[in-house]
Design a protein around this ligand. Structure first.
Ligand code: NDP
Length: 315
């Protein structure tokens, strides 16, 4: 049978390119988990994904209620789940004030981390039940959360501190809207959320790989400077960022190539090792990359897991 893969945020950028790459193999049915149904349908059509190879299901990661509803709807579809790709993200680098999810968590961390945390915790049961030979749970990471890289050292740097803001509810009322308890900074909130994504993947691996056989992975697909991720940035940045990445840093990768890379992490039989953060070299060959000290801190990962469980109502 075909594999079934859920991809969050498949209505644009990396998620759409990955949906296309997997659907085109005729070996996967892609469930596009998106907040905007019409946009997702149009996107699937615009890149030519054939009708029988995808379905769109509504998911708004900035509402935990919506996450739970999505899981119910998916289960009622009767499809087994063979792979889950947590890809959606928002980036609000120019925001002056924090905005919040339905449950009142700062929007970047609430969407990118907490929404995906609940989704992947609930869907782990479905992955466990599947009889597919190589089951995978992937959480998209980023170089920007890794302070052991040049890109990760552009201020404001990611730093989760002692998680006091998160533990306080990340609500800007009786706690800070930032994980480390500091002043709100939209660009930092995004980087922090990506560190959470990479820590969560490793904690999943430690807790569940042996028991379930599921492969847990993260990746940095390269700098896809043309996606909608930068839509909130100032116009001059949006104009100069793609050529800067193409000709100066040479980290630029097209949406199509990045989609192929993520598709490899979903289905390539050579990428079955669990707990790995994948990257690609200049010749587009995959390799196991090193995470920064904070993004590989096992004690912090455990604490993040426990605090997140409380916030999303799992503990
Ligand atoms: P895009 O903005 O193109 O795609 C993000 C997707 O997330 C969109 O489909 C968007 O939906 C969706 N999304 C946003 N908020 C929600 C929500 N509340 N509920 C459901 N879906 C939501 O960005 P990219 O393709 O660049 O980003 C994809 C991933 O790649 C992210 O995890 C990002 O961190 C990562 N990444 C990107 C890099 C880059 O250079 N672009 C580099 C490294 C990592 P909608 O279409 O409705 O807006």
């Amino acid at each position: 049978r075909k594999g079934n893969v859920i991809i969050t945020g498949a209505s644009s950028g990396l998620g759409l390119a990955t949906a296309k790459a997997l659907a085109d193999t005729e070996k996967w049915h892609v469930i596009m988990a998106c907040r905007n149904f019409l946009k997702a349908e149009k996107a699937a059509k615009s890149v030519g994904i054939s009708k029988e190879n995808y379905s769109v299901m509504h998911l708004d990661l900035s509402s935990l209620e919506s996450v739970r509803q999505f899981v119910d709807t998916f289960r009622r579809s009767g499809r087994p789940l063979d792979a889950l790709v947590c890809n959606a993200a928002i980036y609000l680098p120019t925001a002056k004030e924090p905005t919040y999810t339905a449950e009142g968590f700062e929007l970047s961390v609430g969407t990118n981390h907490l929404g995906h945390f609940l989704l992947s915790r609930l869907l782990l049961d479905d992955l466990k039940k599947s009889d597919y030979p190589q089951k995978r749970l992937i959480i998209v990471g980023s170089i920007t959360g890794n302070t052991n890289t040049l890109a990760g050292n552009v201020p404001p740097k990611a730093n989760l501190g002692d998680l006091r803001g998160l533990a306080g509810g990340l609500n800007g009322l009786n706690s800070s809207a930032m994980i480390d308890g500091g002043e709100f900074d939209g660009a930092k909130a995004y980087k922090d959320s990506k560190v959470c994504n990479m820590l969560t993947m490793q904690e999943f691996h430690r807790r569940y790989h042996e028991e379930t056989g599921v492969t847990f992975s993260s990746l940095y697909p390269g700098c896809i400077a043309t996606t909608g991720l930068f839509r909130e940035h100032i116009p001059l940045f949006r104009l100069l960022f793609p050529p800067f990445q193409k000709y100066i840093t040479k980290g630029y990768v097209s949406e199509e190539e990045a989609g192929k890379r993520l598709a490899q992490v979903v289905s390539d039989s050579s990428l079955t090792k669990s707990g790995v953060y994948w990257s690609w070299n200049k010749n587009s060959a995959s390799f196991e990359n090193q995470l920064s000290q904070e993004a590989s801190d096992a004690e912090k990962a455990r604490k993040l897991w426990e605090v997140s469980e409380k916030l999303v109502g799992l503990a």
